[in-house]
Design a protein around this ligand. Sequence first.
Ligand code: ASN
Length: 337
Amino acid sequence: KEAETQQKLANVVILATGGTIAGAGASAANSATYQAAKLGVDKLIAGVPELADLANVRGEQVMQIASESITNEDLLKLGKRVAELADSNDVDGIVITHGTDTLEETAFFLNLVEKTDKPIVVVGSMRPGTAMSADGMLNLYNAVAVASDKQSRGKGVLVTMNDEIQSGRDVSKSVNIKTEAFKSAWGPMGMVVEGKSYWFRLPAKRHTVNSEFDIKQISSLPAVDIAYGYGNVTDTAYKALAQNGAKAIIHAGTGNGSVSSRVVPALQELRKNGVQIIRSSHVNQGGFVLRNAEQPDDKNDWVVAHDLNPQKARILAMVAMTKTQDSKELQRIFWEY
Ligand SMILES: NC(=O)C[C@H](N)C(=O)O
């Protein structure tokens, strides 16, 4: 009988990378003061015995770090392991436990480069498992529920936080401390309640199987950095980033991705020297940057990130620049993904 149910259940692999979901604090009152990335994947799985009702779950520790310390090499390592698992016949879905600080970057990266329609779900928590009202257990349970559900196929990389199913492309950590931290300007795709998913919308942008990018073809990512726009800004950071080897600079601009008149000449000069300039917005939710609005992008040969926030624009620029150095191609990619 047991063997029969095991056969019916989906096979889900949990790839653990660290973060607060694997964190531990000194007391149950420590919801914000704790060390991230302490617990191994076996402990995470053992902490939620109900996972066994949803899927045949096994775990792998890919790394053990707080997500603010994730590097491009870590992204590639994780991405390549996800692709190997997605290719194997005995894997139906993949869950990645991850710190929340850069979770949106990893989720978007995987959304761009994994050539599979199998569910890939990235999940974290805002409180460590040792805290009162810890959110990791339920978030993980929901992630495994979504990853083992056939309905989740072909919807791009997903994120399950706070009972919601979000698109890995759109979602962003918009609040810290609170458990309702992850929001998308375009709304969640669905909800998970008691291990069952309820879907309401689909992503309109290219992803996974419809993406022109493939992790198997990517061996390194180019240097792309971000500089912040604010009152009284100077061009120092932009110039320093370029001097340090940045192939593209994401302008985390004010408002519509506007650029201070004190910075414009430096960006025009950098572009002439081959550095791509990509205008995005650092408004907290729902940045929306259009070509030639605020700045003459056609004349300057700059690119706009449209609705992608600066950290997501960095991910797309890196992936795109593994294939093209042409600013018009880059702009096409920014419209399509
Ligand atoms: N809530 C968290 O996971 C935050 C932690 N700093 C991390 O990103 O690893």
